[in-house]
Design a protein around this ligand. Structure first.
Ligand SMILES: *[C@@H]1O[C@H](CO)[C@@H](O)[C@H](O)[C@H]1NC(C)=O
Ligand SMILES: *[C@@H]1O[C@H](CO)[C@@H](O)[C@H](O)[C@H]1NC(C)=O
Ligand SMILES: *[C@@H]1O[C@H](CO)[C@@H](O)[C@H](O)[C@H]1NC(C)=O
Ligand SMILES: *[C@@H]1O[C@H](CO)[C@@H](O)[C@H](O)[C@H]1NC(C)=O
Length: 334
């Protein structure tokens, strides 16, 4: 077959194939549209519905008859329901690898002496889950979370800091607002700028804007930037001894997008490619400690409707699952 013939057949296929919709899902579709305030043109609706149904089917297959989910975690329909896998991956941000990385060596970590679990959300280090919206600002949310934690440690005050300040002002450090960025370069900005505003004085807009930093409103600062070697042992030492740590991960899989609860484990996850940034706020295990069902507790920036009230448990000690330890970093505040 010549390429031309092949192409013709493909075009035909696309033009003729009107999706067959499952009318038993009509009510659920209407509810979903209402919940997420979706409205489509008539033509658009047919295709969005078809994508949604396909996602619905995938979710049901994953959760199975008992609704308990395969591989120890469950998924659910959410705001991403009308996106194809490709559209979802476009929504994610590429996390560039930080150019100059200062590695702070952790000397002979006595891993066995560290607590078996930690949850900084229970100790006042973590602000409420927020929502990034249609802006690739995950890296700024991850960085802000790490700074908020260290400021709390230092001052005893938990203050929601300004993501917009990082988005607008860390371009000289190599970040690019809603397009892309990384936590390491965000800390570099705060370090060299000598301050950072709070959400209160420099609120989030979910879009790019000019830098409007006002030193009179500065509420945070940092004195050192630390990037960890790419190994879960270092992440463990940092999260147990320092507090919340920013990390980049591979979030490109449908199982991640629709995650509901349990310990996330995706066989197709990369241990080095990253496309999203999150805040590691703790770790622990499920069941008996000796079972090895270990997890990292991560805070996402997709609102409380996603996952476990905005959080996820992701497999720990499984060969750097989803690259969780590949680009972990935090600021020091002395
Ligand atoms: C904590 O925040 C309050 C209110 O903004 C402020 O009055 C107080 O001085 C802060 N405490 C410290 C230790 O920074
Ligand atoms: C900061 O405060 C000083 C003293 O009140 C004032 O003169 C200055 O204009 C303020 N700067 C900005 C950018 O608002
Ligand atoms: C993993 O990737 C392969 C090849 O792309 C695909 O066939 C398979 O369904 C994927 N598995 C999961 C669990 O997503
Ligand atoms: C956990 O497993 C160990 C070893 O198998 C066992 O001795 C212990 O009783 C178990 N603990 C619980 C709480 O089940």
């Amino acid at each position: 077959m010549t390429p031309a013939v092949f192409l013709t057949i493909l075009c035909f296929g696309v033009a003729l194939a009107a999706p067959v919709l499952d009318s038993s899902l009509d009510a659920e579709w209407q509810q979903w549209k209402k919940k997420y305030e979706k409205s489509y043109s008539q033509e658009e609706e047919v295709w969005k519905r078809a994508v949604w149904e396909k996602n619905m089917q995938m979710i049901r297959t994953h959760n199975g008859e008992d609704g308990q989910g395969k591989h120890g975690f469950t998924v659910e329909m959410n705001a991403f329901g009308d996106m194809t896998g490709e559209e979802y991956r476009t929504f994610l941000t590429d996390i560039p690898v930080p150019a100059a990385v200062k590695v702070k060596s952790v000397q002979n970590p006595l891993l066995n002496d560290l607590p078996k679990s930690e949850d900084w959300t229970k100790k006042g280090f973590v602000t409420p889950v927020r929502k990034q919206g249609q802006c690739g600002s995950c890296w700024a949310f991850a960085a802000i979370g790490a700074i908020e934690g260290q400021m709390f440690w230092r001052t005893g005050n938990l203050t929601t800091l300004s993501v917009q300040n990082l988005l607008d002002c860390s371009k000289p450090q190599g970040n690019n607002g809603c397009v892309r960025g990384d936590a390491y370069s965000a800390y570099q900005y705060v370090l060299h700028n000598g301050g950072l505003e709070a959400e209160e004085t420099y609120p989030y807009e979910a879009k790019d804007g000019p830098c409007r930093y006002n030193p009179n409103n500065s509420r945070a600062y940092i004195t050192e930037v630390v990037s960890l070697p790419a190994h879960e042992d270092y992440l463990l030492v940092a999260v147990s001894m320092i507090g919340p740590v920013a990390a980049a991960i591979d979030a490109s899989h449908d199982s991640f997008r629709f995650y509901r609860g349990g310990i996330y484990h995706e066989p197709n996850c990369s241990s080095y490619l990253t496309n999203h940034a999150v805040l590691v706020v703790g770790y622990g295990f499920e069941g008996n400690e000796t079972d090895g069902n270990n997890y990292w507790l991560i805070k996402n920036s997709w609102g409380e409707e996603w996952g476990m009230k905005g959080y996820m448990k992701i497999a720990k000690d499984q060969n750097n699952h989803c690259a969780i330890a590949s680009y972990a970093s935090f600021p020091n505040i002395f």
